[in-house]
Design a protein around this ligand. Structure first.
Ligand code: AMP
Length: 263
């Protein structure tokens, strides 16, 4: 399962960006998704936030596009927050690729600013479905040259009622060659999209135990209501941590525990 970014077949510009970001080795979803998408296969991946899924589809997208006026790749996200986050990550990965820019397009931001940015030209657009359709209808965004589409958090996007917007967009992209579907759960609706719009897709699901999880040991203790503060003190005394965070469920409890630990 282990591979290096170099072995995945990425260009120098992208390897440099990956190095700048301090990524030492590809995460399991990256090992599976990057070669598949690079060879032009469709991919369907079950991956949560934190697994490195953005770079898993972002690196192949950036590898496959070139500078030029037209939008060559589209990433659809369910929320504006995710669109901004994904766009920022892709911009960091694209930093050494000349003439390639990544533009977020989402509802809630004044449309004029997006119009100016679109007029300048972007090669990758990351957007929420409603606003992307809005721009298509105004004629301010053209997707007829887009070859790669990724649906990020597809289950959430379809749950939020964007299914018609998504299919409308996919139907209008005549030159689309690649579709990547990334989702925390592969719901019925996600499978329907995969069935209709993908061909011979590579499944890039990573098993739970292989995911990029922080090294955290979890345990629980059953204690009475009155015994909780003492239980925390006992953990702190016995483990000898330098730092510790305690999460409480109410303001009152937060104050009580703080006073107790200060004492
Ligand atoms: P994501 O699952 O795409 O939201 O990524 C979660 C975080 O992991 C982001 O901050 C990424 O920049 C970071 N990340 C992605 N790939 C790697 C990697 N191979 N090594 C270390 N960090 C990574």
């Amino acid at each position: 399962m282990t591979a290096s970014f170099t072995e995945l077949g990425l260009s120098q510009e992208l390897l440099k960006a990956v190095e700048d970001l301090g990524f030492e080795e590809p995460s399991p979803i990256q090992v599976l998704a990057i070669p598949a998408l690079l060879t032009g296969k469709d991919a369907v991946g079950q991956a949560q936030t934190g697994t490195g899924k953005t770079a898993a589809f972002g690196l192949p997208i950036l590898e496959k596009i070139a500078s030029g006026k037209s939008v060559q790749a589209l990433v659809l996200c369910p929320t504006r927050e995710l669109a901004i986050q994904v766009s920022e990550e892709l911009s960091k990965l694209a930093v050494h690729k000349r003439g390639v820019s990544v533009l977020p397009i989402y509802g809630g931001q004044p449309i004029e600013r997006q119009l100016r940015a679109l007029a300048k030209g972007a090669q990758v657009v990351v957007g929420t479905p409603g606003r992307v359709i809005d721009h298509l209808q105004r004629g301010t965004l053209r997707l007829n040259e887009a070859r790669i589409v990724v649906l990020d958090e597809a289950d959430e996007m379809l749950d939020m009622g964007f299914i018609h917007d998504v299919t409308r967009l996919l139907d209008r992209m005549d030159k689309r060659k690649n579709l990547g579907l990334f989702s925390a759960t592969i719901s019925r609706e996600v499978m329907d999209i995969a069935w209709v719009y993908q061909r011979d897709a590579e499944e890039v699901t990573v098993r739970e135990d292989e995911q990029n999880k922080p090294d955290i040991k979890q345990f629980r203790m059953d204690v009475s209501y009155d015994g909780k503060a003492e239980a925390i003190a006992k953990i702190l005394n016995e483990t000898g941590f330098d730092r510790c965070m305690v999460f409480c469920n109410t303001k009152g409890n937060t104050e009580r525990i703080t006073k107790f630990l200060q004492m």
